[in-house]
Design a protein around this ligand. Sequence first.
Ligand code: TYD
Length: 134
Amino acid sequence: MNSPQLIHLPKFLDNRGNLSFIEEKNHIPFKIERAYWIYDVPGGEHRGGHAYRHLDEFIVALSGSFDVVLHDGHKEMKFSLNRSYYGLYIPRMMWRDIENFSTNSLALILSNGGYDELDYIRDFDEFANDVHNQ
Ligand code: TYD
């Protein structure tokens, strides 16, 4: 999958509370090597502002809501995440900004690799150049 995609997850509705889950290579198209989460984001702040050369990710709003703004080097796409039973698959080489966090929002991000600062592209012009030279 080379393009970003909203993926619906299984949802078990229950009077005792609802349950959803994710299985690697089943609901998301990669093996999960790392999970991290973003929380306690002050009002008006945004996260991201970079692309990854080799990392694929899946991001879900476990609580609250936020917007994920993606750029593939040609066009911008905006996704609003506000439910814990679906998330956004973001393939590698996709510029991302995460913004408009609601109070107490919690973003869970699953990734196909460990943290590697060398995999980041933090300059948008460099990113756009790399896309066009691919
Ligand atoms: P960064 O990926 O820049 O945050 P954002 O979510 O805004 O894209 O990460 C911020 C800092 O956290 C970075 O300097 C290094 C550290 N970090 C890790 O050590 N391990 C991780 O798995 C992640 C995601 C970040």
